[in-house]
Design a protein around this ligand. Structure first.
Ligand code: URP
Ligand code: ZN
Ligand code: ZN
Length: 463
């Protein structure tokens, strides 16, 4: 199968140029000047990208599909979640396989393979969440790296559930350093936060907004500082997940300025939603309960600055959807019982294009970098994924920079009964989404079949 995408403007993390993209089977085989192939050339499919951009498909390095959490299970599974991702222009996601207490990492990964196998619309990989760092799990990390599962998330938050202590974190970092693995850190001081949460509830502060008011940014800054210090002591790289607060960003910036291999992502909810949403009337705020929490609106400018200056390298979604009915409403009487997480796997590119590129906060190239190229490089997917180049997988978007799209529970495909952005009109959307050379989405229609996505083995950390 030979496909030619012609007359488009190719946008990578560094270049913007008029060019045609030739695909054979699942790979990009050539980039040419516009029309260079035309005389006597035949293709099975020609996509005319006049007036449109051709960019690498999105890579979402942080999703939670079909994950037991907060007394329930995230509402998208690998079928619905990857389909929604494809609609929104994401062609690879990296999901978190969670170790059950008392279980092994092997069991976690086997369970996640079972959840995903035969279901996905796009390619996928796994990190593991290590909830018990012991002799056995440290040993197992080596086997997983050999299987292409090269990153491991640890939690400083959620004592008694996901929390691991500093000794465990430090040992895991040393092991990751030796293996070429990468530790992803949920950096919030969960021990102190649990005290604040208990005290808030005793005062009768149970509405959703108290989720944020009982988790001050200093707890995230402290966790981030500690994660960076432990990584420095271990001589290991570290990746701070879902960074939400300026004072935490300061810690990353300072470590990077000292030359540390420190990386951090933020998420669209921290760039576009705020404490005001959590404080909406009635129980509406529950839609916006995620951890770290949404912060005062004024904090957003610092995150945008971090994205611009590369102190933040990635925007992932932390997609962890729960329906209002039957899930979020478990916490009607107390914010502490609201399952933590927001939907987002489908809306990341729409929001960042409309609210980032169109507003002049970031360039088109930076858009590609933070949504695709940087996560590909950090998580060992590059150069097979994350760029438009001969030899790379043909995971591509034909992107109409002006196409209007309404974000609504009625137009989006995520299996959740609300949208945090209900009714918002955005401009910029994919007309075609290609996954390994196959057009999977064309003008909003899914053209392929369930189970076509493949598990991708990732390389060790090499930046
Ligand atoms: O609220 C969130 N972020 N839910 C998912 C779990 C996590 O900490 O990433
Ligand atoms: Zn987390
Ligand atoms: Zn997460």
């Amino acid at each position: 199968m030979r496909t030619l995408i012609k007359n488009g403007t190719v946008v990578t993390a560094i270049d913007t140029f008029a060019g045609d993209v030739l695909i054979e089977g699942d790979k990009i085989v050539a980039l040419t000047a516009p029309g260079a192939l035309e005389s006597g050339f035949t293709a099975d499919r020609i996509i005319d990208a006049t007036g449109k951009l051709v960019m690498p498909g999105g890579i979402d390095a942080h999703t939670h599909l079909d994950m037991p959490f907060g007394g329930t299970t995230s509402s998208d599974d690998f079928e619905t979640g990857t389909l929604a991702a494809a609609h929104g222009g994401t062609t690879t996601l990296v999901d978190f396989a969670i170790q059950q207490k008392g279980g092994s990492l092997r069991q976690a990964v086997d369970t996640w393979h079972e959840k995903a196998e035969g279901k996905t619309a796009i390619d996928y990989s796994f990190h593991t969440i290590v909830t018990d760092v012991n002799k056995g799990t440290l040993e197992e990390m080596g086997g997983l790296v050999n299987e292409g599962i090269t990153s491991f998330k640890l939690f400083m938050a959620y004592p008694g559930v996901l929390y691991v202590d500093d000794g465990q974190i430090f040992r895991a970092m040393q092991r990751a350093r030796d293996l070429g693995g990468l530790i992803c850190m949920h950096a919030e001081n969960g021990i102190a936060l649990d005290v604040l949460i208990e005290q808030a509830i005793l005062r009768g502060e149970t509405a959703p907004k108290y989720h944020s008011l009982s988790r001050p940014q200093i707890a995230e800054a402290e966790g981030t500082h500690r994660a960076l210090a432990l990584a420095e002591m271990a001589g290991a790289p570290v990746y701070i997940v879902h960074l939400s607060a300026p004072r935490a960003l300061d810690k990353v910036l300072e470590a990077r300025d000292r030359g540390m291999p420190a990386y951090a992502e933020t998420c669209p909810q921290y760039l576009f939603c705020s404490l005001d949403d959590l404080a909406r009337d009635g129980f509406e705020g529950a839609k916006f309960v995620c951890t770290p929490p949404l912060r005062p609106k004024e904090y957003q400018a610092d995150l945008w600055r971090g994205l611009k200056t590369n102190d933040l390298q990635v925007v992932s979604t932390d997609h962890c959807p729960f329906c209002m009915k039957g899930q979020k409403d478990l916490g009607r009487d107390s914010f502490a019982k609201i399952p933590n997480g927001m939907p987002g796997v489908e809306t990341r590119l729409y929001l960042l294009w409309d609210g980032g590129v169109r507003t002049g906060r970031i360039s088109m190239n930076r858009f590609v970098e933070i949504t695709s190229t940087a996560p590909a490089k950090i998580f060992g997917l590059y150069p097979h994924k994350g760029t438009v180049a001969p030899g790379a997988d043909a995971d591509l978007l034909v992107w109409d920079p002006d196409k209007e799209h309404v974000l609504s529970v009625n137009t989006l495909h995520m299996r959740v009964d609300y949208s945090p952005f209900e009714g918002q009109v955005v401009r910029g959307a994919p007309t075609h989404v290609l996954s390994r050379g196959e057009v999977v989405i064309e003008n909003g229609k899914y053209l392929s079949k369930k189970g076509r996505g493949k598990f991708v083995k990732r390389s060790t950390f090499s930046l």
